[in-house]
Design a protein around this ligand. Structure first.
Ligand SMILES: Cc1cc2nc3c(=O)[nH]c(=O)nc-3n(C[C@H](O)[C@H](O)[C@H](O)COP(=O)(O)OP(=O)(O)OC[C@H]3O[C@@H](n4cnc5c(N)ncnc54)[C@H](O)[C@@H]3O)c2cc1C
Length: 406
């Protein structure tokens, strides 16, 4: 029904992707087309899930074997025309509405599908390049993201402070017909395998704060760019510190937007990542749903106390409530209402809920899944720090939403 004769995306390989499923324009959860839409997505995605996912799904999400399956999954979704579903059709996406992205994520969750591998390519670099990139940058950088052949990293955090981007110390200094970029980024997810860095730099020592930053789309294989992997609490070394001491030419066309526009480009990117996350981005796999299903199973089998089992039941209900609340926010936003206040608590609520689920999983003491819960409990500590610490979100809510004095 919605497979149409829309313009095909240009791909790096020169070949068009298979027919893409394009948005039927569903904007509410009572639309009669929902079932058919979900069935069509399911029909395409289910056979595309890599067979090796069955073995990898209980691993740490960024363990090398899990990352490899997720990489294959990006490629497989491209081949069935469901790669970067939130991008506009003219850039090779499906142009899904926020409501459609929630429905898409529901299918992913039902299928227990892998998470997107190149999340930062899709949601950070790709969306920013679509909004701010010039035509040459769009032609050059978007197809490999769509096709799942290039890994992007986010270069905001630095050793001297991550959360405060205005404090960026990596400099880009004018030299003749180009720039010398020097500094270091840290906690850079997937950097050991990175191809491109969305790199926030300071381009002026005199311009006013927030007008002195610029973003470069840096080649991570260029001379003078190197990565030292950092091992996490889980034992996996999937992020790292990036060291930069490199020159680029103006003709390389790597400055995104205008010089001095970096603050807008990085806060826009942050908004993309956190506002719609996790349900309206079209990027999530089904990991949280998988945990909650398993929590219910373990609670039924567990010999833990009634109080712990009750806690598990309560979390199942809280998780469902969180899903409904998120849907409501998405639907109201789609209808043009300002949902920024309602949405401001979503990141905190989701990260803390997932952490409570894994903690309860440990408490249940299920003999079959004890190791799974131990590992996920450690792994999920990151959710309240990554994409900005919850403490900072709380401060922002206090100041900007509730209007409390500082
Ligand atoms: C798994 C993981 C992956 C990550 N991936 C990336 C990535 O790919 N790219 C990238 O650039 N960064 C990445 N980060 C870094 C992450 O964005 C930063 O850790 C985060 O922004 C906090 O910065 P920081 O660690 O420098 O802590 P700081 O900014 O030094 O803050 C430390 C603590 O102080 C408190 N704090 C600081 N400022 C405030 C405030 N204004 N109000 C209230 N409390 C405050 C908070 O408790 C905070 O946790 C990742 C982090 C994790 C855990």
């Amino acid at each position: 029904m919605m497979v149409g004769a829309h313009p095909q995306a240009i791909t790096a390989s020169g070949s068009p992707p298979r027919e893409r499923l394009l948005s039927p324009g569903i904007v509410s959860f009572t639309d009669s087309r929902i079932q058919a839409f979900k069935e069509e997505i399911r029909g395409r995605l289910e056979p595309a899930i890599p067979a090796s996912w069955a073995e990898a799904k209980d691993l740490e999400d960024e363990a090398p074997a899990a990352l490899e399956v997720r990489r294959q999954w990006d490629r497989a979704r491209f081949e069935v025309g469901l790669a970067c579903v939130g991008w506009p059709a003219e850039h090779g996406g499906n142009g899904f509405t926020p409501v459609e992205m929630v429905l898409y994520n529901e299918v992913l969750a039902d299928l227990d599908a892998p998470n997107v591998y190149n999340m930062l390519g899709y949601l950070l670099a790709g969306t920013a390049i679509i909004s701010w990139g010039n035509e040459e940058q769009q032609k050059r950088f978007l197809p490999p993201i769509l096709e799942g052949t290039q890994t992007w990293c986010e270069g905001f955090s630095e050793p001297e402070g991550g959360a405060d981007m205005a404090n960026c110390q990596t400099t880009a200094t004018r030299i003749g017909d180009g720039w010398h970029i020097e500094g270091s980024k840290i906690w850079t997810t997937l950097s050991p395998w990175g191809d491109r860095l969305y790199c926030l730099t300071r381009t002026s020592l005199t311009a006013p704060k927030r007008k002195n930053l610029s973003v470069f789309l840096l080649d991570m294989h260029a001379p003078g760019v190197s990565v030292r992997p950092i091992r996490q609490l889980t034992g996996v070394a999937s992020f790292g510190q990036v060291f930069i001491d490199t020159d680029i030419k103006d003709s390389d066309n790597l400055l995104l937007g205008r010089e001095g526009q970096g603050w807008d480009l990085s806060s826009l990117a942050g908004a993309h990542r956190s506002a719609g996350k996790p349900r309206a981005s079209g990027a999530g796999g089904g990991y949280a749903e998988r945990y909650i299903r398993r929590l219910g199973e373990c609670a039924r089998e567990s010999t833990a106390s009634a109080a712990v089992k009750e806690k598990a039941e309560e979390l199942v209900v809280r998780f469902a409530a969180h899903g409904w609340r998120t849907k409501r926010i998405v639907e109201l936003g789609q209808a043009g209402r300002d949902v920024s206040r309602a949405n401001s608590t979503t990141k905190i609520a989701f990260s803390e809920l997932v952490q409570a689920v894994t903690e309860c999983g440990v408490e249940l003491g299920c003999p079959t899944h004890a190791e799974f819960w131990r590992q996920k409990h450690i792994e999920c500590r990151k959710h309240s720090i990554a994409s900005g610490p919850n403490e900072i979100y709380r401060n922002m809510i206090a100041n900007r939403v509730l209007g409390l004095v500082r």
